[in-house]
Write a protein that binds this ligand. Structure first.
Ligand SMILES: [Zn+2]
Length: 291
């Protein structure tokens, strides 16, 4: 076990006020999906102080988009890599947490949008890690990079292809991987265990809970994914790849303020079913309109 600094992490003051305001307004602590807070986007993104969520799970992302580190007995797994000026932020964040970025063995990119892969080249070259993405989103990323003429800045050689129903094992940790189309064709969802004081909790991460299109085929994929997740995902801990939709920083505030023996606020088994039911109702309504 590596040494972790015990100073209580704090969000940047502006981000904190912003999130508290937006989360109180949204009032979605019980799992209802909340919209992106007004004014928050890639262009306004700010780092937040990295923090430990569970014994083996850390947050190394921004206020706008998530990045996580899973610590295993044989090294680290980085989930998503941020973008632009923040391409090296996950490495800085790991160092602040007492983790060595050179211990990253795998980078899983959840899907082929720039805010998740923009830091991939930087992080892959720094760590030498293997990179995993679903086939469709390798293609989406490569096409986007080519179209934008960003091959030199962002291009990485295609590496491991995430298979639906596959697993990734590193040391004592196994991640179950699912390809869950909708937001993109190759959104990779993940299931793994986290621990706190010897207690085990199941995490399910769905990095594609929103849809960018009202086209019937995209909506059909999205509806099928939601129905599948309703069977598959009954986690203790429900995570996405953007923080607002799971009240991520509201939970963080409660985590930072809790007393010894209080439960971890990220543990909320009721959250995923409510969220998925709401998303299904919304998507089916949009699908009916589209037909
Ligand atoms: Zn996206």
């Amino acid at each position: 076990m590596k040494t972790i600094h015990h100073a209580r992490p704090r969000l940047a003051v502006a981000a904190l006020a912003f999130f508290l305001g937006s989360m109180l307004a949204a009032g979605d602590a019980h799992g209802q999906a909340s919209p992106r807070p007004q004014g928050l986007g890639a262009g306004t993104a700010q780092p937040v102080t990295p923090f430990r969520i569970f014994d083996n799970l850390y947050y190394v992302g921004l206020d706008f988009v998530c990045a996580y580190v899973i610590e295993t007995s044989e090294g680290l797994i980085l989930i998503d890599t941020l973008f632009g000026d923040f391409a090296g932020h996950t490495a800085d964040a790991m160092e602040q947490l007492g983790l060595d970025p050179l211990d990253v063995e795998y980078i899983i990119v959840t899907h082929g949008h720039n805010d998740h892969y923009g830091g991939l080249k930087t992080m892959q070259e720094l760590t030498g890690a293997r990179v995993m993405m679903a086939e469709a989103d390798w293609a989406l990323m490569e096409e986007t990079i080519r179209r934008n003429g960003e091959e030199d800045a962002l291009g990485v050689p295609r590496d491991m292809v995430t298979e639906d129903g596959g697993t990734l094992t590193l040391g004592d940790t196994t991640i179950n991987l699912y390809v869950t189309p909708g937001h993109t064709d190759g959104v990779t969802s993940m299931e793994f265990s986290v621990f706190e004081d010897g207690e085990e909790f199941e995490v399910f991460m769905w990095p594609g809970p929103t849809l960018n299109s009202n086209d019937a085929p995209a909506l059909e994929n999205f509806v099928a994914t939601i129905r599948r997740l309703q069977d598959l995902a009954r986690p203790d801990v429900w995570l996405h790849s953007h923080p607002w939709s799971v009240s991520f920083f509201d939970k963080y505030e409660r985590l930072a303020a809790r007393s010894d023996g209080d439960p971890n606020p990220y543990v909320n088994p009721g959250e995923a079913p409510v969220f998925l039911a709401q998303r299904l109702e919304d998507a089916e309504r949009r699908l009916a309109d589209a037909r």
